[in-house]
Design a protein around this ligand. Sequence first.
Ligand code: TXA
Ligand code: MG
Length: 306
Amino acid sequence: MVSFSFESALEYLNNFNVVAIPTETVYGLAANGLSDQAVAKIYSLKNRPQFNPLIMHVPSIEMVENWAVVTKLARKLMQEFWYERGASISFVLNLKENHPLSLLALAGLGTVAVRRPNHEVAIKILENLNFPLAAPSANRSNSLSPTSAYHVLQSLGEHVPVLDGGNCAVGLESTIVDLTQDKITILRLGSVTALDLAEFGTANTITDGAVKAPGMLKRHYAPNLTLKMNVIEKEPGMALLGFGNCKDADLNLSESANLVEAAANLFSYLHKIDDASFSSIGVSPIPNHGIGEAINDRLKRACSNN
Ligand code: TXA
Ligand code: MG
């Protein structure tokens, strides 16, 4: 899409639509990080077979404090790396209770990755919105990360609006640092190195790809009740999470059998239906194409936790 203006980008984002925005690392496919519906559009466009948790892009530490626990160490590192050095670094923090963030964007985790991009256009966009932007790299799954508006167009096609901010100066995804245990653990290396972090405490690096395949993370969301997939007929005591035309459903992921809508509702409905007054959870069959593949992947993991 040619010459998508700053104002149009704001309007799209305010209306729960997706826009590819420039950052100093790579272009991000951004949407309202408080809205499951908006975030579902990101996953659907990326064609990812899994729901990886997304980084929340923010204009300030103040915004983060609204919904995440900012420890003394976190504040110090954000102040130094985001504001003083303009470095490309994301921090994983614990969430506050009753936070407003999209559970789909968090992939149901109790933690959140936050980043203040060091890019004038990105900051200006963020400062003009009153919500964070969830944004993975703006490419289809398994293709190269996009460092220009043209790369985004090549990978995602013309129907995705791109706000052109020139070529990305860094070109490498941000370093990700886990601060949830109040120590420094590097989950992904980027332009900020272990040495850069060492002056703030011992920095351990986890290099086993846990972040690349976050479904493998120990602390991923699983319901307490036993979960069964492809349920046609409800068993006694079972809570049924329906899909499509399903008259016995206690909750329905999408009555109109819309997979994007089902993805948007998945984590919040699993939370709701995971109630001790039931003895198990059953889920209707979900077609295994498009974003349905990611839904089924998530449900399979929830089953294997039984
Ligand atoms: O530079 C960047 O970080 C770019 C630009 C667009 O900001 N974004 C980016 O996003 O690389 P993405 O989705 O491609 O990678 C985000 C990584 C994933 O590997 C994900 O597993 C990890 O961040 N992540 C997100 N939230 C997490 C959490 N709560 N705990 C651990 N890892 C998390
Ligand atoms: Mg990526």
